[in-house]
Design a protein. Structure first.
Length: 687
């Protein structure tokens, strides 16, 4: 067509100029229309692509924001789901929608929709409760956030529908409600606290105070106070003197608060606590205050009362001390009988009960049960009806002594406010000393005679015991010069050494015995490891057992046993036990050991030396710890060793004894109290 157009133009150009012009115009319009169509088509395609992108963006935005979109068609009264899953995909009728709205919220929603329809509101935003259960069972209420607008067509006054976006804010509303409830609870606790509480800004300005703080600080009103609202915390005492605003720290003080502007003259206990965020930045300053004015007054009054009571107690103690001194020096004790309780109580001082028992037990403690006075006590109401004075003898439990005692009893009857006799009160006096003066004199005379005899025996024994090792030392020393054989010389030196050691032990025993008689023996306890000391001492003791037929056994059950005692004295006692065992044991074994043992509720150490020697007859076991006692006169010794051991153990507050069977051996033992601070056990072994 274009070609024919050109042909036509060239052939008829001169003949038809007007036609040529028209053809050019037509061609130009055609080209312009073609180009315009292509441009318009490209723009339409771009707009369609942009519309699709925008639609996808809107869908993504709705999905991200968890919003649903519904359309309320006002014509057919049906709700259509445009996007989301809150409503069924097929939608639901307006009646069904109203059935799922909470009855208390329906009227408000309808009013807001009516405002949109009547154009009173262009946009309505509100919450309402919605039943998410579509099965018709128990409602499951939640909260929906609704934003609605009207959809209008041009030229129409009423909208054809209402478009609403919905969001399920059930969890959010529940969280907000819980937060609100928690905040309300904290507010109630804060406001009704029995301690005054205030919060200040980081720069020291009052933000809020509870009821108690407002009362303590005498606020102008229940909400506001001009003085404290306009006074900076760091400009007020005591914080002005005690706080550094640039480096605020915990502060706790008791102080007198004087604020004439508020009429405050109280004693306060105040604590300042800086509240910081996770980065350590100060966000609040908490002040806790308690009015202790009344407590302080009560404390001061109580202190004055305590001083008065202390003075009274000191006077009472002084009177009691005087009474105790008088009664102790006179060997007297007060007692009281209660007929109703059927008891007799013995007092130390005015009020302290030292001993108590029944009247029957008291009567049984008298030695002479056939005494008429003792028999009369079986009827105490008659016997103690009048003042009584009686002298008799009682057993040890009644007299708190280790032997029977003579006592003098005096009593007077006691009556209640109605004049009825309720018991009696009296003085119990120990007159054993007065009754036994003659016996003591006789005993002292016999003791003096025994001392003379013991002195003679002691001198005779010492003469013999000292002469024996001296003779051996002198004799073998003389022979030593004439002996040439090294073995013989070594044997003679050993004999001389043994006799020197024997003579040294004898002298030491005599010296130790003199210190015991003079009561100057010292026990010096110190902190020791008893297990380590026992192990070392046992090695020394093993050297004393020279008989090949005798085995020396050590029983040390502890690796560590830390305590406090005089280790040297304990070694001395155990050495004496082993020395005696060596003298009397020819076959078998000698065994030494110790263990922790409790006696009378007190921890202590029990040590022993067991042998398989000749043993001790039953009738002589009690005498072996006396001075100068020797069971075999042909064995060397002064008879002082065990006596000295007994003195040492008794000075330590312990016990000593022997268990023996004649012909089978003996076990000498002692027990001393000890405070065990560390114990570590180990297996038993022998040397």
């Amino acid at each position: 067509m274009v070609q024919s157009l050109y042909l036509f133009s060239f052939t008829d150009l001169e003949l038809q100029p007007l036609t040529m012009l028209l053809l050019v115009i037509v061609a130009t319009v055609f080209v312009i229309m073609l180009i315009s169509n292509r441009v318009i088509l490209r723009r339409v395609r771009q707009r369609m692509s942009h519309s699709r992108r925008m639609s996808q963006i809107m869908e993504d935005a709705l999905e991200i924001s968890h919003n649903d979109v519904v359309r309320y068609d006002l014509h057919d009264r049906h709700i259509y789901t445009l996007y989301g899953t809150l409503f069924p995909q097929q939608g639901l009728s307006l009646d069904d929608w109203e059935a799922h709205v909470h009855p208390d919220d329906l009227e408000t929603i309808l009013v807001r929709f009516h405002n949109i329809i009547s154009r009173k509101e262009a946009r309505a935003e509100f919450y309402y409760r919605w039943n998410f259960n579509f099965t018709g069972k128990t409602p499951r209420w939640g909260y929906l956030h609704n934003v609605s607008v009207g959809e209008f067509l041009p030229g129409m006054a009423r909208p054809i529908s209402i478009i609403s976006t919905l969001r399920d804010d059930t969890d959010l509303r529940q969280a907000e409600q819980e937060e609100s409830d928690l905040s309300e609870n904290y507010h109630i606790i804060f406001e009704n606290s029995i301690i005054g509480l205030s919060f200040y800004s980081p720069d020291g300005w009052l933000l809020h105070s509870n009821k108690m703080m407002r009362e303590i600080c005498h606020f102008d009103s229940n909400e506001f106070d001009a003085y404290f609202s306009q006074t900076n915390l760091f400009d007020d005492s005591p914080f002005r003197e005690c706080c550094n605003p640039d480096n605020l720290e915990e502060l706790w003080i008791c102080h007198q608060s004087v604020v004439p502007e508020r009429g405050i003259h109280d004693y306060l206990e105040t604590r300042l606590h800086p509240i910081r965020d996770d980065q350590g930045k100060l966000i609040y300053i908490a002040i806790a205050t308690r009015n202790i004015t009344e407590e302080r007054e009560l404390y001061l009054q109580a202190k004055l009362n305590d001083i008065e009571i202390q003075k009274a107690n000191e006077l009472i103690k002084s009177y009691e001390a005087e009474l105790n001194y008088m009664m102790e020096n006179c060997d007297m004790q007060a007692w009281r009988i209660s007929f109703d309780k059927n008891t007799i109580e013995y007092y130390r001082g005015l009020n302290t009960v030292a001993f108590s028992c029944s009247l029957e037990e008291m009567q049984n403690q008298f030695v002479e049960q056939d005494d008429p006075v003792v028999k009369s006590i079986s009827n105490p109401r008659e016997f103690f009806l009048k003042p009584v004075t009686w002298i008799g003898k009682v057993h040890s439990v009644f007299s708190h002594a280790d032997h029977d005692a003579w006592v003098q009893i005096n009593s007077v009857p006691e009556y209640d406010d109605d004049g009825q006799q309720i018991g009696c009160f009296g003085i119990w006096r120990n007159i054993t000393k007065l009754m036994s003066k003659q016996e003591q004199l006789k005993a002292e005379t016999e003791r003096a005679q025994n001392s003379v005899r013991q002195k003679s025996v002691f001198l005779a024994n010492m003469t013999h015991e000292i002469r024996t090792p001296l003779n051996a030392i002198v004799g073998f020393t003389d022979l030593l010069q004439a002996i040439e054989s090294p073995d013989d010389k070594k044997e003679m030196v050993r004999v001389i050494h043994n006799n020197c050691d024997m003579l040294l032990r004898l002298i030491n025993d005599i010296l130790l015995l003199s210190t015991a008689d003079a009561n100057t023996m010292e026990i010096v306890p110190c902190d020791v490891d008893a297990a380590h000391d026992f192990e070392q001492n046992s090695q020394t003791l093993a050297q004393r057992v020279q008989n090949p037929g005798v085995q020396f056994i050590v029983e040390n059950p502890y690796e560590v046993c830390r305590t406090r005692l005089d280790s040297a004295r304990m070694h001395q006692v155990l050495t004496n036990f082993v020395t005696n065992a060596v003298k009397y044991t020819q076959q078998g074994h000698i065994k030494v050991g110790y263990r922790i043992e409790e006696r009378n509720g007190q921890n202590g150490l029990y040590a022993y030396c067991e042998d398989t020697g000749t043993g001790i007859p039953k009738d002589k076991q009690a005498a072996v710890f006396e001075r100068f006692v020797k069971l075999n006169d042909y064995i060397q010794g002064t008879g002082l060793g065990l006596s000295i051991c007994k003195t040492i153990i008794e000075r330590c507050g312990g016990q000593i004894g022997v268990d023996s069977e004649e012909g089978k051996g003996s076990t000498f033992w002692f027990w001393i109290p000890a405070n065990i601070t560390e114990v570590k056990e180990k297996t038993v072994h022998s040397l």
